[in-house]
Design a binder for this molecule. Structure first.
Ligand code: PEP
Ligand code: MN
Length: 263
């Protein structure tokens, strides 16, 4: 059902009026983790000043170590909803447990399924059974075929509002956290009719690579670029090495606009 052969036209995923996949290229930004109302609210205001409408933030954090910050859970979703209402933005947040899907639809505008859960089939089926857009991330070592099949799990349950997200894959290369597979963007667009997003933060793990990879993503035709912004990355509870502070984000936006790639 996700195949371009079955459905030649591009699918557009409407997220609170933002029509992802309509040809306009967008930015999705926000903190790695929701840490407090003040934190999310301050980030949202900065994004809004730059014209962004799509706010990300993790409430349930799938961390490699059980001793790392695991997220605020439901309280995090409540904070996101409050900020989204106040700032008139749409929020994207990861859900990790199928039993939280029903609750999540009341708080968020897009359900994110993270890389570590790309083949959590019960979670995919649960997300496919609700009427809410899903942002599906490519698994840590998933082939494009496996990625497309994961999307098929969601659509097979009735939910076709799926956004695919390339976020880098594991290779032998250690210079970056993951290896951004930029060619996945046109391949996914050829093979499927779904919008495609590139997450430059988790693919590179490096703040100095956010701008060049964002440019590459826009140049190659991604429908959106996702990146992380935090009021003070040095004290962030997760991903402090690659989130941008407000000054860096403003420079990032200025440079992207100046490149002519982001309108
Ligand atoms: C995230 O976007 O917060 C995240 C954990 O990313 P990924 O699942 O791609 O590692
Ligand atoms: Mn992160």
């Amino acid at each position: 059902l996700v195949s371009r052969k079955k459905h030649p036209e591009d699918s557009i995923v409407n997220v609170k009026g933002e029509k992802i996949g309509d040809g306009k290229q967008r930015l999705i930004a926000g903190p790695c983790s929701v840490e407090s109302y003040e934190q999310v609210s301050s980030v949202a205001k900065v994004l809004k000043e730059q014209g962004l409408k799509l706010l990300r933030g993790g409430a349930f954090k799938p961390r490699t170590s059980p001793y790392d910050f695991q997220g605020l859970g439901l309280e995090g979703l409540q904070i996101l909803k409050r900020v989204a209402d106040e700032e008139d933005m749409a929020v994207i947040s990861e859900i990790v447990d199928p039993k939280d899907i029903e609750t999540a639809v009341d708080y968020i505008d897009v359900i994110q399924i993270g890389a570590r859960n790309m083949q959590n089939f019960e979670l995919l089926k649960a997300a496919g059974s609700v009427d809410k857009p899903v942002l599906l991330k490519r698994g840590l070592s998933a082939t494009i075929e496996e990625f497309i099949n994961a999307a098929e799990y969601i659509i097979s349950k009735g939910n076709g509002n799926i956004i695919l997200c390339e976020r880098g894959i594991r290779t032998y290369e250690k210079a970056t956290r993951n290896t951004l597979d930029i060619s996945a963007v046109p391949i996914l667009k050829q093979e499927t009719h779904l919008p495609v997003v590139v997450d430059v933060t988790h693919s590179t793990g490096r703040r100095d690579l956010l701008l060049p990879t964002a440019k590459a993503a826009l140049a190659i035709g991604a429908d959106a670029v996702m990146t992380e912004v935090h009021p003070d990355p040095a004290v962030a509870l997760s991903d402090s090495a690659q989130q941008m502070d407000f000054g860096q984000f403003s420079k990032f936006m200025g440079d992207l606009r100046e490149s002519g790639l982001y309108k």
